[in-house]
Design a protein around this ligand. Sequence first.
Ligand code: PLP
Length: 324
Amino acid sequence: MTQAALPTYADVEAAAARLAGVAHRTPVLTSRTINEQLGAEVFFKFESLQRMGAFKFRGAYNALAQFNAEQRRAGVVAFSSGNHAQGVALAARILGIPATIIMPDDAPAMKVAATRGYGARVVTYDRYKEDREAIGRKLAEEGGLTLIPPYDHADVIAGQGTSAKELFEEVGALDALFMPLGGGGLLSGSLLSAKALAPACQVYGVEPEAGNDGQQSLRQGSIVRIDTPVTLADGAQTQYLGKITFAIIQRDVTDILTGTDAQLVEAMRFFGSRMKQVVEPTGALGLAGLQNVADQWRGKRVGVIVSGGNVDLARYAELVGAAA
Ligand SMILES: *Cc1c(COP(=O)(O)O)cnc(C)c1O
């Protein structure tokens, strides 16, 4: 992929115009407790309060809104461990486009139910044995459906970048910004916004420790593929970064950090007890990553994108209720 083909901040601006009045401008909240703990001024952008409960609606809607008449008639197909599925399903319903979603058979029940609830047809597969991309391509070829991948797509990336754009517009330049990293749609889109709106801001992606393919890729200088990692962070169980997302990440990112499952649970407890926010394990990665390098950011202004809040309530209670 040549640099010229990569999405730019102008694409993020165009996405923001499409999303105006459709997506929520999610709230930015602060906590004196965490500021005192870390000695920094921390701004949390709660994408858990976005429509369908995660930032994924942004990219999905931005992609589907650009379909031509033929694509709208034939419909969209997407593969996803959950939130991209819901994002595509909701965007498709709003735009009147039929949606088929390919989901792993062990996806959280709440995410499957929500996707069906938005009117999408759900097809399941075994995530440890089958190749979801091949299944998606087959459906796309047979039915003329347009495949919208969860992260490696310019329109998806541009849409995801609108969250960081809103954050910088609301709180001004930041010294650092932390967010979860799966396939890199959120991180690469955010990098486009950061380079345009706060060029000095140091931007970090945070992966589950068990699935640090992005960190390995950055160190090695090429995309590293790993087995599906076993982690609570089901939204970041991706095995490899995308070609487009990696090109932007490699060019612009400060570093890629990791967080352990235990840290995610601790961060979820903090969000629940102190900030009264239900956050899914993946959504807590940004805070976990910040906490691991907090010494570097004392006295600084730091942003954290809390990417989603979709977690079965029984599962949530089990996780945050267990003895610390
Ligand atoms: C998809 C997702 C991520 C990872 O986003 P990528 O664009 O794949 O890097 C992080 N958090 C949540 C809640 C998600 O749904």
